[in-house]
Design a protein around this ligand. Structure first.
Ligand code: FAD
Length: 282
């Protein structure tokens, strides 16, 4: 059972609870990116079990007629066990999702996984996608020095790309360390994508300056995009934006919610204040 203070960031332990949350979001014009919490599995049973859960979830989404897709983590689908395990498991999940007409996002983990993740994404995007319909998407991180090259490489791949600042503590050899530098990079990446991509841009940020920049670029180039934000973060803004632009909320669920919840808690002082208010009841 998830305690009330974590409910803000996690939709529940079961897929049914996650889809109830998605139903409420859809009622407010926001679509959902549903993620089963889990990462860094070192043996096969949890990999198989989460892959089966995603395949079942794709079926549930299709039958429920909800506006939702799924997002998977490479190390949840076996990357720590080897690239071949990851690619095989991901291909299974994507194959089933395509059968159900459900879109699959691939989250990006730390820089040691970038090549394997982009290679797996590109292969599946080319196998299942075409100019009329994208079936898979991948996340790229503005803090990584390599990302400008990656974003150029992805320009002609028939899939979506989510742009984020990057959530992992990375060494200076591979990543910008100053937040102002990451912000500049994020804006430059968006400029490239809005000018060159045919659409399929996910703007994964809660930062108003990044959101405003994306809207300006959309006005200038007309390229399709969607705003993407996390469950529990700036939700009023999400609902306000959804009146004018496509907005999708990243909705985590599952019984491994503790580490995700504590990560959100330690990221922002305002979240800690929120948690304390919930505990002391004021
Ligand atoms: P920041 O500069 O961090 O924040 C700007 C403002 O947003 C803050 O001042 C605050 O007001 C608000 N804010 C931001 N975060 C929070 C929070 N947790 N609680 C409350 N307020 C907050 N990273 C990856 O490395 N790989 C991924 O696959 C990935 N997928 C993501 C998917 C989505 C849909 C989103 C929204 C983020 C994802 N991220 C991922 C995380 C991302 O890299 C950033 O760490 C995170 O979004 C914070 O950066 P920001 O752009 O929101 O800006």
């Amino acid at each position: 059972m998830i305690p009330p203070i974590a409910n803000r960031f996690v939709a529940g332990e079961s897929p049914a609870q996650a889809l109830d949350h998605v139903r409420r979001l859809n009622g407010r014009n926001v679509t959902a990116i549903v993620n089963l919490l889990g990462e860094h599995y070192e043996d096969r049973p949890p990999v198989r079990s989460d892959a089966a859960a995603y395949r079942a979830l794709a079926g549930d989404i299709a039958r429920s007629n909800l506006e939702a897709c799924i997002s998977v983590k490479p190390s949840q689908l076996g990357l720590d066990l080897g690239e071949d395990v990851f690619r095989e498991t991901l291909a299974d999940v994507v194959g089933t999702a395509v059968d159900h007409d459900v879109f699959v996002w691939i989250d990006m983990e730390d820089h040691t996984t970038t090549d394997a993740t982009l290679d797996a994404f590109e292969a599946l995007a080319r196998e299942y996608g075409d100019d009329d319909q994208y079936r898979v998407g991948v996340c790229v991180q503005a803090n990584l020095r390599r990302t400008r090259d990656d974003v150029e490489r992805l320009a002609d791949v028939p899939g979506k790309v989510r742009f984020v600042k990057g959530a992992y503590d990375e060494p200076a050899a591979v990543a910008y360390q100053q937040s102002a530098r990451v912000d500049r990079e994020y804006k430059a990446l968006l400029e490239y994508a809005f000018e060159r991509y045919d659409g399929g841009i996910g703007v994964g940020s809660h930062d108003q300056a990044m959101i405003d920049h994306a809207i300006e670029l959309h006005d200038e180039y007309g390229t399709d995009f969607e705003m993407q934000m996390l469950m529990g973060v700036r939700e009023t803004t999400q609902f306000d934006l959804a009146e004018s632009y496509p907005v999708s909320q990243y909705v985590p669920y599952g019984d491994r919610w503790k580490s995700y919840f504590y990560r959100r808690m330690t990221e922002r002082n305002e979240n800690i204040r929120f948690a304390l208010r919930a505990i002391v009841g004021r």
